[in-house]
Design a protein around this ligand. Structure first.
Ligand SMILES: C[S@@+](CC[C@H](N)C(=O)[O-])C[C@H]1O[C@@H](n2cnc3c(N)ncnc32)[C@H](O)[C@@H]1O
Length: 395
């Protein structure tokens, strides 16, 4: 961190900055109010300190979506955008239970560090001195004490370490890197297992299954139905080939683990025409390749070897791994006939769900909106390689 960065951060963390941040936390900072507030504060404080405090206050507001104690934490814009959310970080940190000396490589502002640090002896490594300064404070806010090392992770000393977590950068100052690229690259991260044994690598949710050796696990993590990220676990931490984990806002995890479906091959699950119920699997399940595993668990069948919808005539048991829909109508896709069909079914507002067919879902939803009293989901998909349409409601 150059001297200038240190001076500004230390001033913001000092008594005058702290008082200013407290004042800002409780103030109306929307639109014109922010301008008035800025002008008033600049009469009492140095303009640079006011600007830094206002920028941090705004980032803390945004960070509330990721961290329970965001109002006490430190962020850069980039650091916050790349940070893991607390619920996910805590879920992931639980894999390191029983290990003592951990290293968090590419710690950023400490989104993962804050969950890894309590109860462990942790070293945090990053090239960016501002992020390191923030990471140590953010870990302390959550009760952890860490050692920070400013270095290229390639030079980090891993002797005596019994667990490593690495979250390589997937963007540069200029923007996002190409899909699959990271700094350091995935290949380098995978080799860490030869030095530290227990390794977790955070990755984009689009990670290819074949980019990770067969004895590693890939876990796909969703917050509700929102697929967030993937983690590759080295054999020392792996317990399945793939896993779909669905977390709720309180951090409770539901996990489905198994062996991914062979691409388009026989999965042992029968193919049947859509019945009275449709299951729309959570994206973590589809990315993990566990649609057939979900079919086995719920006693449902597949509608097509390449499409991730499941079906059955009996109401399936409630599951955190799929949205369950009641089928009102099922037939080959016929967009011209749909408005009349929806009228007959007393449908008003429409959501459109598309799998295996092209189309602008928002435009179609607007076009199909009727005057009826029921809300429906129109599903555009394929059955036996034919374009197919279903009209469904919540159970
Ligand atoms: C994706 S962010 C980490 C986010 C962090 N896990 C969190 O939850 O807050 C990646 C970090 O890697 C750091 N970085 C990138 N390349 C590095 C390298 N070769 N050595 C050390 N740090 C590096 C960047 O400075 C950045 O802070």
């Amino acid at each position: 961190m150059d001297r200038e960065d240190t001076r500004r951060l230390e001033r913001l963390a000092g008594p005058e900055g702290t008082a200013l941040l407290e004042r800002l936390a409780g103030a109306d900072r929307s639109g014109a109010a922010a301008l008035r507030l800025g002008t008033a504060l600049r009469r009492e404080h140095d303009a640079e300190l006011v600007a830094d405090a206002m920028a941090l206050a705004e980032l803390r507001d945004r960070a509330v979506a990721k961290f329970t104690r965001a109002r006490e934490m430190w962020f850069t814009r980039d650091g916050l955008e790349q940070a893991s959310s607390e619920v996910i970080a805590r879920h992931r940190a639980a894999r390191y239970a029983g290990r003592t000396r951990l290293t968090d490589l590419c710690c950023g502002i400490g989104g993962d560090l804050l969950a890894l640090a309590p109860g462990h002896d942790v070293t945090a490594v990053d090239l960016d001195p501002v992020h390191l300064w923030m990471a140590a404070r953010n870990a302390a806010v959550h009760g952890g004490r860490v050692r920070t090392v400013r270095a290229d992770v390639r030079d980090a000393d891993l002797s005596g370490v019994d667990g490593v977590f690495v979250d390589p950068a997937r963007r540069t100052a200029g923007g996002r890197m190409r899909t699959g690229d990271s700094e350091p690259p995935l290949g380098w991260c995978l080799e860490l297992a030869g030095r530290a044994g227990a390794v977790g690598i955070k990755a984009a949710p689009g990670i290819g299954h074949d980019t990770v050796p067969g004895d590693w696990e890939i876990e796909f993590l969703a917050l509700g139905r929102d697929l967030k990220e993937a983690v590759a676990w080295s054999p020392a931490l792996a317990t399945a080939r793939t896993r779909a984990t669905v977390l709720d806002a309180g951090g409770t995890a539901q996990e489905l683990a198994g062996t991914p479906d062979p691409d388009g091959g026989d999965t042992g699950i029968p193919l049947t025409a859509p019945g009275r119920w449709l299951l729309d699997p959570n994206p973590a399940v589809t990315r993990a390749g566990l649609v057939s595993e979900l079919a086995r668990r719920t006693g449902t069948t597949r509608i097509d070897p390449h499409i991730a919808f499941l079906t059955g005539d009996e109401e399936p048991p409630p599951t955190p791994f799929a949205r369950v829909l009641r089928v009102l109508d099922s037939r080959p896709w016929d967009q011209k006939r749909l408005p009349r069909l929806l009228r007959e079914l007393d449908v008003g507002a429409v959501d459109v769900r598309r799998r295996g067919l092209a189309g602008d879902v928002d435009a179609l939803a607007r076009k199909l909106r009727g005057r009826g009293s029921r809300r429906a989901t129109v599903v555009m998909t394929r059955v036996d390689d034919r374009p197919w349409g279903l009209v469904c409601t919540d159970p």
